[in-house]
Design a protein around this ligand. Structure first.
Ligand SMILES: *Cc1c(COP(=O)(O)O)cnc(C)c1O
Length: 428
């Protein structure tokens, strides 16, 4: 893989409280720039901050007075202070649904919530991460936004680029759901289907970055990955604020590359460090589809390394066979007393229908994975139903109709007459 390492100096870049990049392996610090790997040990880089010091009550008030989107947390994100005035999609502040019906069905007594990210501008959580990458792209002078995508990211990049006046060219596996392909194409950027899996697409993009063909391109999840990843912290911030500035006891989070799960943990740690929430234990659980469960397999085997798999599942948004953040997910699940579990395609479809039937929330397959895994974790005693639990739904069911269409449809199709309706036996 072509790896770009940190340039010695980058002209001063205003990304708010972001003070630099640090290597997650060796801790080496680098200036802010479009780089993602440490030049000494090739470890992944992440954003390091000068976070606001001072009275937590004042910071809490400042956040609460902010806009009803992710920019209320701008003081904790790698974005300039005037970010809300720039053209972007303003995602976030999605509902935290108190899921009492689902709780009854699953036997959860400690309070069950669904963080429903289906209502974001392009109907998945990916708008949160792309919004950060867009600000980094602006700061570093890129003119084209790009990505390797399992589907949702392509749409989020296409839409953000359209709004902000960037060119976009995004790459997806050629065999995605129609809902994802159409959404990725409709915003007018270039969309390229690659004959291969997501892991092939990602490898191709890494080559493109190292080639003159990709010069001037900001790949949101490759050379802008440190900034992109920070967007997932906003899920942690919102969940805690919506619970009344309180940590949940347990969270169930989907895993594709594992980035979201690791940054939710980072976001919770920051809230504790800033005094915005009381410090008490929380458990993070990871959820995968059985047809692409490299992290779950490693967790169950007690391994620290993740062995790549070739994905075969209806949960295509999570179908990353070689997840970059897999080892960090294992650390977090073990450190917090959580676990990583997986469910098969049939259980995913059942869980999508269960959530829809109990709460009126139509999740994409990734939401079927988290709800299905929650049920399984309760059954095998790993998740405590007497504790406050938040389950993430990261995308909209309208994008993955193929998953439920074969087993969902009209109860009856009749002639427009009362007799025909009576005969159908539906009048109660
Ligand atoms: C991308 C994605 C995720 C999580 O991805 P990570 O790579 O683990 O951060 C979860 N749900 C949906 C619907 C996604 O599109």
């Amino acid at each position: 893989m072509a790896v770009q390492t940190a340039a010695p100096t980058t002209p001063s870049v205003d990304l708010g409280p972001a003070a630099g990049l640090s290597c997650r392996e060796c801790g080496e610090r680098f200036p802010l720039g479009p780089v993602f790997a440490c030049e000494h040990c090739f470890g992944p880089l992440e954003v390091a901050y000068d976070l606001p010091a001072g009275d937590p009550e004042e910071l809490r008030k400042r956040i609460e007075a902010g806009p009803a989107n992710i920019w209320r947390y701008a003081p904790l994100l790698p974005v300039p202070a005037d970010v809300a005035d720039k053209p972007n999609l303003n995602p976030g502040w999605t509902p935290l649904v108190k899921a009492d019906n689902l709780a009854r069905e699953l036997g959860v007594t400690g309070g069950l919530y669904v963080k429903d990210d289906s209502g974001n501008p392009t109907h998945s959580f990916k708008d949160r991460v792309v919004a950060q990458a867009l600000e980094a792209a602006r700061a570093f002078g890129f003119t084209t936004l790009s990505c390797s995508s399992t589907g949702n990211l392509a749409g989020a990049v296409g839409a953000a680029a359209a709004r902000a006046g960037f060119r976009s060219c995004v790459f997806i596996p050629h065999d995605l759901e129609q809902g994802k392909v159409v959404m990725a194409a409709v915003y007018g950027g270039d969309l390229v289907g690659i004959e291969g899996t997501y892991d092939d697409v990602n490898r191709f993009c890494s080559e493109l970055i190292g080639d003159p063909l990709g010069e001037g391109w900001g790949f949101v999840n490759v050379n802008l990955r440190p900034y992109y990843a920070e967007g997932s912290k906003t899920l942690a911030y919102e969940i805690c604020e919506q619970l009344g500035w309180r940590l949940p006891d347990q969270l169930v989070v989907p895993i594709a590359s594992g980035s979201q799960l690791t940054k939710i943990d980072k976001g919770l740690q920051e809230l504790i460090r800033l005094g915005l929430v009381e410090d008490r234990p929380y458990r993070i659980f990871g959820a995968q589809a059985q047809g692409c469960s490299p992290v779950s397999a490693a967790f169950k085997a007690g391994h620290d390394v993740v062995r790549p798999q070739k994905p075969n599942t209806i949960a295509k948004s999570l179908a990353i066979g070689n997840p970059a953040d897999g080892p960090y997910v294992l650390d977090i699940a073990r450190r917090t007393g959580g676990a990583v579990e997986d469910v098969d395609d049939e259980q995913i479809v059942d869980a999508i229908k269960l959530l829809a039937r109990t709460e009126g929330v139509f999740a994409e397959t990734a939401g079927g994975v988290t709800v299905g895994v929650t049920r399984k974790l309760i059954e095998n005693g790993l998740l405590d139903p007497s504790l406050t639990t938040v389950v993430l739904n990261t995308g909209d069911g309208l994008k993955t109709l193929d998953a439920v269409a074969p087993t969902t449809g009209p109860t009856a199709t009749i002639r427009p007459s009362l007799d025909a309706f009576r005969d159908a036996g539906l009048a109660h």
